[in-house]
Ligand binder design. Structure first.
Ligand SMILES: Cc1cc2nc3c(=O)[nH]c(=O)nc-3n(C[C@H](O)[C@H](O)[C@H](O)COP(=O)(O)O)c2cc1C
Length: 211
């Protein structure tokens, strides 16, 4: 199959693209509105982009909105811009259903922590709660919001200013996350997800390797 994306409507390009870039990690982003309402929503247009300083990026599309009017931004993008802070929580096997519950197109006054029965623990460096049940939470200060594409999406860049890592998924001897214990969930296309239960190792080739 040969596909020129310029010949497809945007919704078809979306369906195609999200099946090509798989599995995607999920940023489960907590934020707070200026009036104090807590917000939580998943974003799988998500990646780490540099470690010095530790920085992640996620992209928030505008809401579908009503035809003919400008598409409003999602609560997360508005909150992050207004407050300059957010938390990325990692979704593990036991948190998949709660994550999914927080993805509804809810009104801004809905607190998704309460809706999904999650515990909000206070941030240390930012005034944004994290999901206490998550194995890892990354407190972030907003670095930049870049409008991307025609919609446009808000590409949010955040510097991680504090790591919360549950003791059992942290290997203190190496300073690494124990991915065998983390059990993260990844997003595939549509409503499909992947569990990370089949992990293998490969050593990198030496610089003088020639086959
Ligand atoms: C697993 C998953 C991943 C998602 N990834 C994105 C994404 O990368 N960008 C986006 O705009 N919406 C994404 N969504 C949809 C948002 O979570 C959804 O629009 C949510 O209502 C946004 O909430 P907010 O308005 O509180 O920010 C995703 C939904 C799910 C279930």
């Amino acid at each position: 199959m040969e596909i020129d994306p310029r010949t497809l409507p945007a919704a078809a390009v979306y369906r195609l693209l999200i099946g090509c870039v798989v599995p995607r990690p999920i940023a489960w982003v907590s934020s707070v509105a200026p009036d104090g309402v807590r917000n939580l929503a998943p974003f799988s247009y998500f990646m780490a982009i540099t470690d010095d300083p530790p920085t992640i990026a996620f992209s928030s599309a505008p809401r579908t909105g009503t035809p003919g009017s400008p598409r409003p931004r999602k609560d997360t993008a508005r909150n992050v811009e207004a407050t300059g802070a957010f938390v990325v929580n990692v979704v593990d096997d036991g948190r998949a259903e709660a994550m999914n519950l927080t993805s509804g197109d809810y009104a801004p006054d809905v607190d998704e922590f309460a809706l999904a029965g999650l515990t909000a623990a206070p941030g240390v460096k930012v005034a944004v709660p994290r999901v206490a049940e998550a194995p890892i939470s990354l407190e972030c200060r907003l670095a930049q919001i870049i409008p991307v594409g025609n919609a446009p999406h808000s590409l949010v860049l955040g510097e991680i200013v504090y790591f919360h890592v549950r003791d059992d998924v942290y290997d203190a001897a190496t300073g690494r996350i124990d991915v065998h214990r983390l059990h993260p969930v990844g997003r595939l296309a549509g409503n499909l997800y992947a569990r990370v239960h089949d992990i293998f190792e490969m050593k990198r080739p030496a610089a003088d390797y020639r086959g």
